[in-house]
Design a protein around this ligand. Structure first.
Ligand SMILES: CC(C)(COP(=O)(O)OP(=O)(O)OC[C@H]1O[C@@H](n2cnc3c(N)ncnc32)[C@H](O)[C@@H]1OP(=O)(O)O)[C@@H](O)C(=O)NCCC(=O)NCCS
Length: 167
């Protein structure tokens, strides 16, 4: 398992198959999935398939969605990271945390360090972020990491706000 980055309270590392149960907990909570155009997971096998088919292939070129671990007790909080979107040739900042860990600034802390990693270590020219227009917590995190609103759009049939930060 590869450590990607460290922030004051968090470690961000690559997922492994041993995280399937944690991912199942995350993606089976309707509150977590509320604004996401994504089917909830129901079984460990579903979660293993997401890891194998979606998450692991993102780990090319040091990118991807990374497991967020709380340093003080090694607890899994969720994920945060930078995903390459081939359709627009751009890199997207994303985050998703277990509901019991919302509201402690963890998403902002992880996201800030992902942006810094993207610019300093990967020399990305810019990073984008997208959130459902009603996903206020997510939009707040994008704004707190310094992203600027670009436009509204429709993605996967959902109305989204698109943000961007320049290196
Ligand atoms: C988005 C998410 C990761 C945020 O996690 P978090 O740990 O609560 O984020 P933070 O604590 O770093 O910051 C959240 C900010 O949004 C604010 N916020 C939360 N809910 C809000 C609401 N309903 N209206 C307005 N602001 C809200 C918080 O007050 C905080 O801002 P502040 O620090 O200025 O007070 C979490 O809500 C989540 O996992 N949601 C489900 C998955 C998801 O939607 N991911 C984003 C997809 S685009």
């Amino acid at each position: 398992m590869e450590l990607i980055l460290e922030s004051p309270r968090l470690l961000l590392r690559q997922f492994t198959l041993a995280d399937a149960d944690s991912l199942l907990q995350l993606n089976s909570n309707p509150a977590v999935m509320q604004y996401l155009h994504e089917a909830p997971l129901h079984t460990i096998a579903d979660a293993e398939k997401v890891l194998t088919d979606i998450i692991f292939p993102q780990y090319k070129n040091k990118l991807g969605r990374w497991a967020v671990i709380l340093k003080e007790n090694n607890q899994f909080l969720g994920w945060c990271g930078l995903k390459y979107l081939a359709e627009n040739d751009e890199v997207d900042l994303g985050y998703r945390l277990l509901q019991e860990h919302w509201g402690h600034g963890y998403a902002t802390e992880g996201a800030l360090h992902c942006v810094e990693y993207g610019f300093k270590k990967l020399s990305l020219p810019f990073i984008i972020g997208r959130a459902h227009v009603d996903n206020k917590a997510s939009i707040k995190v994008l704004e707190k990491v310094g992203m600027k609103f670009v436009r509204e759009g429709v993605e996967d049939e959902c109305p989204v706000k698109i943000y961007r930060i320049q290196a």
